[in-house]
Write a protein of this length. Structure first.
Length: 187
């Protein structure tokens, strides 16, 4: 590891790759430690950002080795302050845990089955063709998944999806034509 000297800074300013590397090797661990000690969540990333900016602005640098060190740590300080400000403005992030999420909403099918009278529901389902009826009853009443329904009926999942879609559309149309609305019982 080379010490940062005025000569090294002059060579780096002239674009000598070896000089740039020597400056990085001499200062990067210190910059990273500075950022880490100030609570940076990504000290390595910020260190890279500091040196990218530093190397880009080397031609404008004055003050030799002392000016380089001062400018480098000024950049590091500015980056860590920006990171901390950004973190303070953003709400905390909490991982989503579906097993603890108690928010639920019922599907349209569940609401329809729950709110229609039993006789109405049976009368509506009887108006479906056999495939649609089987799928709707297995999916809505029995609560089987698409895959379970497909296996039970010996059909593909795509076929079950189509039968369910067509069956529910037919039920909606029939209910509308009969004037059946959820919560009313026409016996």
């Amino acid at each position: 590891m080379h010490p940062v000297t005025d000569e090294l800074v002059a060579a780096a300013t002239d674009g000598e790759p070896g000089a740039l590397r020597s400056i990085y090797e001499a200062l990067a661990p210190r910059v990273s430690g500075y950022l880490r000690s100030h609570g940076s969540s990504d000290p390595e990333g910020l260190t890279q950002d500091v040196f990218l900016t530093l190397f880009h602005r080397l031609p404008d640098l004055t003050g030799g080795a002392a000016g380089l060190r001062t400018f480098t740590f000024s950049l590091a300080h500015a980056r860590v302050v920006d990171e901390l400000r950004t973190r303070q403005r953003q709400p905390g992030s909490v991982p989503y845990e579906p097993e603890t999420d108690q928010r639920t909403s019922d599907s349209a099918e569940t609401v329809a089955v729950r709110t229609l009278g039993t006789q109405q529901a049976l009368a509506l389902v009887e108006g479906l063709n056999q495939g649609q009826r089987d799928v709707v009853l297995l999916r809505v009443v029995a609560g089987l998944s698409l895959e379970e329904t497909a296996t039970t009926l010996g059909r593909s999942v795509g076929s079950v999806k189509q039968l369910q879609r067509r069956g529910l559309l037919a039920l909606r149309a029939t209910a509308h034509d009969l004037g059946v609305t959820p919560g009313t019982d026409r016996r």
